[in-house]
Each structure stands twice: as C-alpha cells, then as structure tokens.
Design a protein around this ligand. Structure first.
Ligand SMILES: [Zn+2]
Ligand SMILES: [Zn+2]
Length: 459
C-alpha cells in the first residue's frame, strides 16, 4: 500500500499531523470507561511485549535484510510458520502460493482473523542502515532485481509474531479463536484473492466474526489512525490497446497513428474527472505508462496505455469505465480505425474500497487511547486514495473488519520536518523509507490491545 503517495495523501498527512500533535480537538474523545481494557491488563501487555522486544527487533532486522517480492516470500513464510508452530498454533502453509494461516483455539467465543502482508518492493534501498537489504534478489527466471521492504511489511509480520506470543501468554484473559495469517503479494494487489482462490474459506478454518489488519505510516511512532467508514479507495489496473496501421514516419497519410490516438486519449480521460463526475465525488485516473513504437521514423501499429483508477463507490467506478470505453471508441472512429480494430480494454486487477466497521472501531479505540494517549489516537481521519487488498479476503463472507495505520517515523525527525514546513521525507515506497525500531514493540502492543478489545465485549 502507498496511502500517502499522492496529492490528497499529502494533505491528509498534514491533517493527521495537526490532529496528532497540535489539535487535540480532532482526536478521539476520552474513553468512557466500560469498554476500556482494565489497566492491569494493559500493564500485562506492556510487560509481556517489552520482555519480547529484543527477539522481535532481531526478527524484524532479519526480515528487513531478506526482502522477498510478491509470491516469492518463501523464506519469510517459513520463519512465520516455524514461529507460530512453536507457540502452539495449528499452521497451514502454501495458501495462495506463500500464504500462512495459524489457528489458536482458546475456548468458546468469537473468531478473529489478524492479517500481516509480507511482500517487499522492487526498490534499491538507500537507507544505509546496518540491517539494510543486501544485494539484489534472484528471480525465478534467473534475472536479478533490487528488493527492499519499502512499505513496512517486515514490521507487519513482526507485529503479528509479537501479537501471537502475547496472546498465548494472555490466554486466561480472553476466550475465542485467534487466527493469524501472512498474506503474500499485497503490493501487486493479488495476494488476498490468491488465498481465496486457493480455497481459503473451503479448508475448514474457523470462519471470522471479525478481522483486523494494520499498516505502517510515515507518522510519529506512538500515533495510530483508526477511523470508521470508507478509509481507502477501490483500485483498478487496466490496459487499453489502440490498434492503428503502422508505416513510414514520412508518410503519415498512409497510416493510422496509435501514438496520436494515445495522446488524445490521455487528455480526454482527464475530462471524465473534470466534466462527467459529480464534483463532490472523488476519483483518480492516472496513465502510468504508454508503450508504443521504438524508432523515430516508424509509426507503430499499436499503442498500449496502462491506467490506474481510484474510486470510492461502484457508481463512480462504472462511470469511469464507461467513459473510458466511449472515449476510446470515439477517438478510434475519428481517426479512421475500422470497427474490427476498435480499442480493447483488459482488466488486470481490482480491489474494492476499504470500509472500517464503525462498531469495531468504537470497541478498539478507547483501549488504544488508554495505551497511548488521547491525542495519539486519531478517530476521524479523512479517507485517502491509497488502496489495500486486505478486505478482499473477507469480501466473500462479508466479515466486518478494522484496518488502521501505525506511526513508524522517529518523532524528533518528524517534528523537525514539521517545524521546517516540510512533509516527513521518507514515505512508503521511498528508497529511504525506514521503520523506527521503537515502533516494533509498540506496534505489537497496539495490535495486541486491539485484538483483546475485540475478544472482550463490553459488559
Ligand atoms: Zn504496504
Ligand atoms: Zn506498499
């Protein structure tokens, strides 16, 4: 996920900063008392995770040093499976290629599924950290690619192992079934669906009553953003192919130029957002690549446009796709393309919007406030145009879920950037992105407290 890698994302970060550091009025109201985990239990969580902190930090550094791209996370999955087995979880490996599911039955009660995504990014790390990724990763086809955990999924996996250990140690404090699972290939948006397609819900695992997931964010360590409702946009990746008629660059009248059609399409697409959509709605349409031709003096036969869409409602998605088709057809016909060669649209991947269950958020946040501080739990943050595939695993079951953001930026560096009027420099997917080590035990605590809050109903 790259929740902050766009313009509205930057605005959102600024808002979050204001909320977390300067404007307590935007933060969550003080806990009401009855739904808060008791102080003794919070203290126990602190003690248990603190005692596990050195191990977790070592696990995190090891995972960071050995990043693996989507669907190749075999080493990472192996470490997780071994860890969970050692804790007494019933472990199944190889779901959706490299997914791992661990089940811990602990008496009657609800079933919670907790997710960590585990894949890394094709980014050459420049952090200079002692535990930075070393050298490129050899791919299945023999090629070598620089790989880095630039989205903090190494922290997600570590947090999950910290939570698993703490929940085992705290078995007498909760009742129900905890399922923790490692999801492959979030970065390519295919991992959750791959697990579902590999029979995730037909393998006899206990079905979830609710689900929980968390993501690193370039906000200060100790700050959590957990808000109800639509959090992240739906996402589509699609390729448009314009077919023309290739020929010599000196005689364009003999050709139908797909490069010209592509240029017309790129500009016309932007009028969908500015002219066709309700101005109160939001969507993004980006053309990330244009693939056409090689030579200066050859008009190619085809051009492929690689599009990415972000949207918040199915109606807007349908409008975007319909208008893209209409624009493509109109441009092709205006350029003299015959009916048989009209542009094609290939859908390559999709996820729906991420929508947090309001009741679950309300059950978790008071205990997070008790753990962190009233000003450090943001409960009313605006949605962002970043996307996730976490929710796709639960779409077939309509499971209510919560997905929140955990700060991993060093607070002092963060405050310095803010004082200088600049955004925090290392956002997710940046080659300098890093997770402050203080966020490792704290993230495990935050996730454990969130899980306990769901198992312990208010009286
Ligand atoms: Zn991510
Ligand atoms: Zn990412």
């Amino acid at each position: 996920m790259a929740p902050f890698a766009n313009r509205s994302g930057r605005r959102a970060v600024t808002l979050l900063l204001a909320a977390s550091l300067a404007l307590p009025a935007l933060a969550l109201a003080a806990p009401t008392g009855e739904t808060v985990l008791p102080p003794e239990l919070l203290a126990k969580v602190q003690r248990i995770v603190d005692a596990d902190s050195a191990r977790l930090t070592a696990v995190f550094k090891d995972l960071h040093q050995h990043p693996e791209l989507a669907f190749t996370e075999t080493r990472t999955a192996g470490i997780i499976a071994k860890n969970l087995r050692g804790l007494g979880f019933k472990v199944t490996e190889g779901i959706g290629k490299t997914g791992v599911v661990g089940v811990l039955a602990n008496g009657p009660g609800p079933t919670l599924w907790f997710r960590a995504d585990i894949d890394a990014n094709a980014v050459k790390e420049t952090t200079g950290l002692a535990w930075a990724a070393k050298g490129p990763q050899r791919m299945l086809d023999g090629s070598e690619v620089d790989v880095m955990h630039a989205c903090g999924h190494d922290a997600h996996a570590t947090w999950m192992l910290g939570l698993a250990k703490a929940m085992v140690a705290l078995k007498s404090e909760w009742s129900g079934t905890l399922v923790v699972y490692a999801q492959p290939a979030e970065e390519v948006g295919l991992g959750a669906q791959a697990m579902v397609d590999d029979g995730l819900w037909e393998r006899g695992f206990p079905k979830p009553d609710f689900a929980l997931g968390a993501h690193t964010a370039p906000i200060p360590v100790g700050v959590v953003s957990n808000s109800p409702g639509v959090r992240m946009a739906g996402n589509d990746q699609l390729d448009i192919t314009f077919t023309g008629r290739g020929g010599h660059g000196s005689t364009p009248q003999m050709t139908i130029d797909p490069v010209v059609m592509s240029a017309q399409a790129v500009l016309a697409y932007q009028t969908i957002i500015s002219r066709n959509m309700d101005p109160q709605a939001a969507a993004v349409l980006s053309v990330g690549a244009i693939d056409a031709g090689r030579d200066n003096n050859v008009i190619p036969g085809t051009a492929v446009l690689k599009l990415n869409l972000r949207w918040f409602t199915p109606e807007v998605r349908a409008l975007l796709l319909r208008r893209i088709d209409e624009i493509n057809r109109g441009i092709a016909l205006a350029n003299g393309v015959p009916e048989a060669d009209l542009p094609t649209r290939e859908m390559k991947g999709n996820s729906g919007p991420l929508v947090n269950d309001a009741e679950l958020v309300a059950r978790i946040n008071p205990s997070l406030v008790a753990l962190l501080d009233e000003r450090r739990v943001i409960g009313n943050f605006p949605s962002v145009t970043g996307s996730e595939d976490f929710q796709e695993a639960f779409a077939p079951l309509n499971t209510p879920y919560v997905f929140f953001l955990i700060g991993v930026a060093p607070p002092e560096l963060f405050a310095k950037a803010q004082a200088a009027g600049q955004p925090f420099p290392y956002s997710n997917h940046n080659s300098d992105f890093f997770v402050d080590l203080a966020a490792i035990p704290l993230g495990a605590k935050i996730n454990t407290v969130a899980a306990l809050s769901l198992f312990r109903k208010s009286p």
